[in-house]
Ligand binder design. Structure first.
Ligand code: 6GU
Length: 222
């Protein structure tokens, strides 16, 4: 999978070199291209934003710069993801769908967002365009939201996780499912024992107990 991100803060993407994602890159499972939006400005001040038509607070990112930048990376095999708190809420189902894409392009808006004609233009030209939010709160920009999405998506790619079974039984793998609590050695820690059933060797009883615990968690959080 190829992932491009367009941003005025390329340094935000330094963590992609760490841990699972760093290894996935070394193995050639995923390739990242991080692009500085200011490279596509043509004025002396390298300005990327301007005041909103109709008035109001804040600044809006200029469409010409986004168009110039996106034209260098978009093909009809690409999925363009525009990060905005007004977008569709990201969840595990979307992560699974994006994990089967071949090319993701993350457009990271700042300020009051990107001129609305940018998404409209690429949709009109038959590119796949998705406006996505990661939750009901407002961030300073789309960079951190992109990192969240990239981590959720790329860990689903074959060969990224050491044990592919970890994906099957984890929280949100099925709708409304939250994972059961996990324990490791020692059997007693600060006066708290590991639930006895887990030491019983009775696999059927353990599976039943875990299903009950998962269900309890799901009802407690809804
Ligand atoms: Cl994608 N962007 C911004 N700026 N804020 C957000 C968000 C995205 N998702 C939740 N809050």
């Amino acid at each position: 999978m190829k992932i491009d991100a367009l941003t005025i803060f390329p340094d935000y993407f330094a963590p992609l070199q760490l841990s699972l994602l760093g290894k996935a890159q070394e193995r050639g499972i995923v390739e990242f291209g991080i692009h500085d939006l200011r490279d596509f400005t043509t004025d002396n001040h390298h300005s990327v934003d301007d005041t909103p038509y109709g008035g109001g607070a804040g600044m809006v990112m200029k469409p010409e710069i986004w168009g110039a930048a996106l034209d260098t990376v978009m093909t009809h095999e690409s999925d363009l993801i525009i990060l905005t708190p007004a977008g569709r809420r990201f969840n595990q189902r979307m992560a699974e769908q994006f994990a089967s894409a071949s090319h993701l392009v993350f457009a990271c808006g700042r300020y009051e967002g990107i001129d609305a004609r940018v998404g409209e233009h690429y949709a009109k030209e038959n590119f796949r365009v998705h406006e996505v939010s990661i939750g009901d709160y407002v961030l300073g920009g789309g960079e951190v939201a992109s990192l969240v999405m990239i981590e959720a998506i790329t860990r689903l790619l074959p060969g990224v996780l050491g044990n592919p079974d970890s994906i099957v039984e984890e929280s949100h793998a099925q709708d409304g499912f939250l994972e059961y609590p996990n324990y490791t050695k020692p059997p007693m820690w600060r006066d708290i024992p590991v639930p006895e059933i887990l030491l019983s060797g009775n696999h059927a009883a353990i599976a039943t107990w875990r299903a009950e615990q998962a269900k309890k968690r799901a009802t407690e959080q809804s």
